[in-house]
Design a protein around this ligand. Structure first.
Ligand SMILES: [Zn+2]
Length: 335
């Protein structure tokens, strides 16, 4: 009986050590996005009304879950999306990265600030250098769907490699959302990424957002994650500095009842006929190695308390395996 109680309380105390994927957004950026919206499609520009999210709100919901540290991603990349119109865009991007730095400085021992930019914009390298100069250099977030990136365009792939090289020179780790709005070919795109882009940044950790997808675990995400698992199994050295965050991958069953047309409902509908999904996900997590998988929420779309609960109930790993993921901390967090 005593042993049993001890087991229960130990489980309750096991919170993730860090949230590796959470977003901030200034009131100014939320206003610009709401005013400039209208040309986007889902997961690209965001169709729902944008609300600002501050460092103090991020910290409050981390505290509620017992999580000490978090990445804090600048929303600047959203302002540089071709799906929105933002006046004086390059200046607005720098201003958002500035605002993010000041937010992160309020919680220096808890938050790691990530600069962000649309890698295809002509000012991309200047914006990254600006971040490095002001001190927003915990990492660089790139969102390829938001940038309307195409893996079948060699010039765009080359430009992405240049941005990787710039971040590498500045020793800024990279968090990249790979999946784009083009007809997705997971296996081929992973090959292009591994051969043409990743070698440009060999000195920094690279974190693949949402296990290579964009939230949920549908067939396209499984194709992508399976391709990574295969490469990493065949040649572990090529994956030596690769991490994968599980942010927004496991959907709460409540998404099934979300309003038709909402992001939640669209994600649910994409994966609902993929009956093997939960099984494939667990298999691939083990195959790629749990030490490469890091916890993340994608806050503010979901809180840490809720996402931890969803993972405990819906992810088909043992409590010990989930505990291992929760205990992983990417090397870009200061020791
Ligand atoms: Zn995100």
């Amino acid at each position: 009986m005593l042993v049993c109680l001890a087991g229960v309380s130990a489980h309750a105390q096991t919170a993730p050590k860090a949230d590796h994927h959470a977003h901030l957004m200034s009131p100014a950026a939320a206003r610009l996005l709401n005013e400039g919206a209208g040309r986007g499609s889902r997961r690209l520009a965001g169709r729902q009304k944008e609300e600002p999210s501050s460092a103090s709100e991020l910290i409050a919901q981390l505290d509620a879950a017992g999580i000490r540290r978090s990445v804090a991603i600048s929303a600047a990349y959203r302002l540089g999306s071709p799906f929105v119109h933002v006046p004086r865009e390059a200046a607005a991007v720098n201003a958002e990265n500035d605002w993010t730095l000041h937010q992160v400085q309020l919680y220096r021992d808890r938050l790691v600030g990530f600069c962000s930019v649309n890698p295809l914009r002509p000012y991309a390298l200047a914006a990254i250098q600006y971040c490095a100069r002001i001190g927003l250099r915990g990492g660089l977030k790139l969102h390829l769907a938001n940038a309307d990136f195409r893996f079948d365009d060699p010039a765009q792939v080359q430009q992405l490699a240049k941005v990787f090289a710039a971040a590498d020179r500045l020793r800024m780790p990279i968090l990249i959302h790979l999946r784009t709005g083009e007809t997705w070919q997971g296996t081929r795109n992973v090959q292009v990424f591994m051969e043409k882009v990743l070698p440009s940044a060999s000195h920094v950790p690279i974190q693949i957002a949402h296990l290579g997808g964009w939230g949920g675990y549908d067939q396209a995400t499984d194709d992508t994650f399976s391709a990574f698992a295969k490469v990493c199994a065949e040649d572990p050295d090529r994956c030596r500095h690769l991490y994968f965050d599980i942010a927004a991958v496991v959907l709460s069953p409540s998404f099934a009842e979300a309003a038709p047309g909402s992001d939640e409902r669209l994600l649910w509908d994409e994966q609902k006929d993929f009956a093997d999904g939960p099984d494939r996900l667990a298999t691939n997590l083990r195959r790629i190695g749990l030490s490469r998988i890091v916890f993340g929420t994608d806050w503010s779309t979901v809180t840490a308390v809720h996402y931890i609960d969803t993972l405990r109930h819906s992810l088909q790993l043992s409590p010990a395996e989930l505990k291992q993921i929760f205990s992983n901390v990417a090397p870009y967090f200061p020791q």
